[in-house]
Design a binder for this molecule. Sequence first.
Ligand code: CTP
Ligand code: MG
Length: 337
Amino acid sequence: RMRRRQVECRGDIDTFTPGLIALYESLKPSEEHKSKQQQLVDSLTKSVSIEWPNAQLHLYGSCANSFGTSHSDVDVCLQMEIGTGSTVEILLRLAEILRTDNFESVEAITGARVPIVRMSDPGSGFSCDICINNLFAVANTKLLKDYAQIDQRLLQLAFLVKHWAKLRGVNETYRGTLSSYAYVIMCINFLQLREPKILPCLQAMEPTYALTVDDTECAYFDEVHQLHDFSAENKESIAKLLWEFFHYWAFHHDYRNDVISIRLGKTITKQEKNWTTRIGNDRHLMCIEDPFETGHDLGRVVDRQTIRILREEFERGAAVLQYDHDPCVTLFESYTL
Ligand code: CTP
Ligand code: MG
């Protein structure tokens, strides 16, 4: 298939910024949404504390990393000593307790990479995933939240990209496309690579925060209030950045050789990571390094077919922003088979 490489962005791209910002504003969760989430956390805390009085409840994922929309679910991590029991036993017991406490559709999903209990809260209708002792998720949640405070264009870009990915059907890991988390990491890396830079590389700076998980030190500079004018020299609009984002993933990213790394604030080679061949189910066709679990490729589920779908969607995104007369609508047209 021939790829036409677009080089220059249309001259009037900035005229679409107000429309995109308005869309971003409409996606932000309301105060009511946040207070309902808090109520769910409170009732969950109550349910859990009787059986496990020493357990600590952490929110992670989009309800705590500031990338949550009003459609996002609630992700909870229980931190506890598990003694002689196993995580799976704890999850099965937890599912029992939640059913007794009238949560709905309670289901223990124990075969996943991160085993969870999934349930729905009848009061709010929220869906909620609960995992045990997954402190990497707690650390990466804080990292994303801290990045979001440096320049507001990260939140804007990531909300638009997540929204686009959901509507275009490319936000489904069980079907071989990418998680919301992977999209946010792609946005961070992209902004680290702008000239002038919009985001720094917090893990390359003098650490002011550290959490040790298993044998891995999750450390980075978290005094982000000191970085409020880091990006002052870059004046790119959100419309331009969104076009550049799609353009990068459509035409510039070297899928054959490169891995994106927010840990290092650049791209590195598959060779350096030993990600050159398929190992088990990890195909390494689109490589996105997890910032802390560095052996973990967030694009590992992408296969030969879905990489083609993803690249076509990136190309479509770039083309719509380039040529369409109403890109703020066309870009987000939902794709159904
Ligand atoms: N996570 C992870 N490793 C992955 C996927 C997810 O550590 N491969 C953790 C991250 O902490 C992430 C959280 O699980 O923030 C939730 O993942 P996901 O549902 O992809 O992202 P959300 O930000 O919660 O997105 P959404 O708004 O779509 O719920
Ligand atoms: Mg989530």
